[in-house]
Design a protein around this ligand. Structure first.
Ligand code: HEC
Length: 151
């Protein structure tokens, strides 16, 4: 096999290594939009998780900025959970639509935990902040247990 042929074969393989999930082609792309926001949740929470687990130094201003970024995101995914948006590639469980009161309660609980984290981040008491990060992570997980299928 010639070198260019090998390269084009490799390229083809790389291009096919994409996930086998269908794209969100529906109008407004609600599933893709909410998933993109959830990914931002993770990106924003991660540096705070490192501080909480003493894997990164605590710097008050930086930490506060992360908490405020998360605070700005927490209200964003929910309006994209409109009726009929449990189509692939969504990993949402039917419970999101079947148990709307519980879903709202989980969301509100989570939003309260993030508000508390942001409040404590202004103060700078690391022990309290650490506990608040754990609480936020727990509320992400608790909602996923009930409302997100395993990925
Ligand atoms: C009130 C419920 C709820 C809370 C709270 C919640 N999530 Fe989720 N999350 C979901 C649901 C439902 C999905 C599945 C969305 C879909 O695929 O349509 C999801 C999906 C995700 C995904 C996958 C995105 C993808 O690419 O498919 C990530 C990452 C994620 N959440 C992170 C977080 C983090 C981090 C937190 C906390 C800071 C959090 N979530 C809080 C309900 C929640």
């Amino acid at each position: 096999m010639t070198l260019p042929k090998i390269f084009s074969l490799l390229l083809a393989l790389t291009l096919c290594a994409c996930s086998d999930e269908p794209a969100d082609n529906r109008p407004g792309q609600p599933v893709a939009k909410r998933r993109a926001i959830f990914k931002e949740f993770t990106r924003t929470l991660e540096p705070m998780g490192l501080v909480a687990r003493e894997r990164a130094p605590y710097k008050r201003q930086e930490f506060l900025a992360s908490a405020q970024s998360l605070q700005a995101l927490v209200s964003q995914p929910w309006s994209y959970f409109t009726p009929g948006t449990d189509y692939a590639p969504s990993h949402a469980k039917a419970a999101v639509w079947d148990k709307p009161a519980e879903f709202t309660a989980a969301r509100e609980q989570f939003e309260r935990k993030v508000t508390e984290l942001t409040r404590l981040a202004q103060g700078g008491d690391l022990d309290l902040i650490r506990a608040a990060v754990n609480e936020v992570q727990r509320s992400c997980k608790s909602c996923h247990n009930d409302f997100r299928r395993d990925i």
